[in-house]
Design a protein around this ligand. Structure first.
Ligand code: PMP
Length: 531
């Protein structure tokens, strides 16, 4: 073909498709290799050649375009220099997008499903609080102690020795039978009569809540929760389109009178409660109210989801029975987890409930990923069988008790009576209250700038709640860190109150029951009724 012709039309075909209309002009001042490079660049830029598509080998390109092989080689070099192709030795040349052309942040927003917009909380906030070097009173994670690391090493050895290859098999979606049996015995020892077939193993309590939400709640259904409540539960229920009604709590837990009035005008799909050492308030539902709650729910046949991660973490006072142990009508679905008992990354939790619920939950779980990793399940089964959980919990409770005491004492020292806080009998959190006009979100901005994070109270309601409340977790830091974090909270509070006359510094008119003054200057704050 006469290459001096202005136009060269390439054949149709697998490669020829994008070569169609390929124009090179040998009479032009522009070297051939640059013309070829520009033609190919144009096609990649306009999507006629897909990013990642393999281009013809040099020799084939030379033949197709009717140039020397050397010209084709130069064209590819030029394209590589501009970033439009990448060569991989032995594999060929592939279309690419130059870095400066890459769309920096494609907008994903239009791609997301409608269901994610239902979830209102900025949960990502918590992710930022876990950066190295920060003092996090925000995260509810219990630091793993060295002794549990040693125990787990032994349990894994034992499992591998006894189970061999079986430990590497995925178990049934309901969870491995050995763990369900050991867990049933553990719950039984705690007073709840649960059989292994009434247990489903999950990847932590959070997954258990999502599974329950998916099988029990339809969009538009009502779910009753305590207010404040666990943010993960808000997320799980909002995620399936539930309308959440928060019933207020006091020092004895859920306000049963308020619950009764809610039940009088609406029929919720379920009542979600954290009866023992509630997250975030750390209060426990009194024994009398436990009975009343079960009766109220039984009268209307409304299931109760009892979320119970902290029951074992009691530092003082007498144990209260789980709702599951008091269940008179089979309406209590119990959710538990080892996250707070051994270490947060273990990701073994459970649902214990009526067989019909467990069967349906197993189907939902199978649909959403089938198995929880087998090895941690085996290790937890052996830990329970070898009776090693109890001694570990005794040590863990001692450690957590002294952390709680240290945080409360440090807050009292540094906040000088300006903070009211509950003294929790167990669990992981101090739920504290600031004097007006200092709101928790503003204090958080100031402590955060100094490296200390906590969670501001409104996050624990579906659409904002007490702006003066804050949750401080004492489980993740060691003693000197707790002292330092409390000092920063105290200093930030003092500076937020600079200029506020002592008379203007107000605790709420009626402090929620269960609070006590956390500090020396008694009388300045208005202490509530003590729990
Ligand atoms: N429920 C409550 C009340 C919690 O506080 C938490 C953890 N913060 C969970 C469930 C989630 O537990 P897990 O880590 O086992 O998913």
């Amino acid at each position: 073909m006469n290459r001096s012709a202005l136009t060269r039309l390439m054949p149709e075909g697998p490669v020829g498709t994008w070569l169609a209309g390929f124009r090179i002009d040998s009479s032009s001042q522009t070297p051939l290799y640059l013309q070829i490079a520009s033609e190919i660049e144009h096609r990649i830029g306009h999507g006629r050649i897909a990013i990642g598509e393999r281009l013809p080998p040099q020799r084939a390109l030379a033949e197709l375009v009717g140039v020397s092989r050397n010209t084709a080689v130069q064209a590819y070099r030029e394209l590589e220099r501009r970033g439009w192709v990448r060569s991989r030795v032995g594999r060929g040349t592939f279309a690419a997008l130059p870095l400066d052309r890459a769309v920096p942040n494609p907008s994903w927003q239009p791609q997301f499903s409608a269901s994610i917009s239902r979830v209102t909380r900025p949960f990502m906030g918590e992710v930022n609080t876990e950066q190295a070097g920060r003092l996090s009173l925000a995260s509810g994670k219990v630091a793993a102690d060295p002794s549990i690391i040693g125990t787990f090493r032994q349990m894994f050895d034992l499992v591998l020795e006894r189970e061999g290859a079986r430990a590497f098999e995925p178990g049934p979606p309901q969870g491995i039978p050995a763990l369900r049996a050991a867990l049933a015995a553990h719950l039984h020892a705690g007073g709840a009569d649960v059989r292994p077939q009434e247990i489903l193993i999950t990847a932590g309590a959070r997954q258990a809540l999502s599974i329950l939400a998916s099988i029990l709640v339809d969009p538009g259904d009502t779910v009753v929760t305590e207010g404040p409540t666990y943010r993960g539960a808000i997320q799980a229920f909002q995620g399936v389109g539930a309308r959440i009604i928060c019933v207020p709590t006091d020092g004895d837990g859920l306000d049963l009178e308020a619950l009764e009035s809610v039940l009088a005008y609406t029929r919720p799909k379920l009542i979600y409660v954290i009866p023992t050492f509630q997250n975030p308030s750390s209060v426990s539902l009194s024994l009398e109210r436990r009975h009343l709650l079960i009766e109220a729910a039984a009268r209307r046949a409304v299931p109760i989801v009892e979320d119970d991660p902290y029951w074992e973490l009691r530092y003082e006072g007498a144990r209260l029975p789980r709702l599951k142990a008091l269940d008179t009508w089979g309406g209590v679905i119990h959710v538990g987890t080892f996250s707070k008992l051994v270490f947060p990354g273990v990701r073994v939790g459970w649902i214990a409930g009526p067989p019909g619920v467990i069967r349906q939950a197993a189907v939902a779980k199978a649909g959403g990923g089938l198995h929880v990793s087998s090895l941690p399940q085996w290790a937890m089964a052996r830990l329970l069988e070898e009776n090693l959980l109890e001694p570990h919990l005794r040590r863990a409770c001692q450690r957590l008790r002294s952390k709680r005491d240290l945080l409360l004492a440090s807050l009292a020292r540094h906040a000088r009576g300006r903070l009211m806080a509950r003294r929790p009998e167990g669990g992981l959190f101090v739920w504290a209250r600031l004097p007006a006009p200092v709101q928790a979100a503003d204090l958080l901005k100031s402590t955060s700038a100094k490296g200390v994070d906590f969670v501001a109270g409104p996050a624990f309601w579906p659409s904002g709640g007490d702006p003066y409340a804050m949750r401080l977790c004492f489980a993740g830091l060691d003693e000197p860190q707790l002292e330092e974090a409390a000092a920063i909270v105290g200093r930030s509070l003092a500076s937020a109150l600079t200029g506020v006359e002592p008379g203007e510094e107000r605790h709420p008119e009626r402090a929620p029951a269960g609070y006590m003054e956390c500090g020396r200057r008694r009388g300045r704050a208005v202490p509530g009724r003590r729990a």
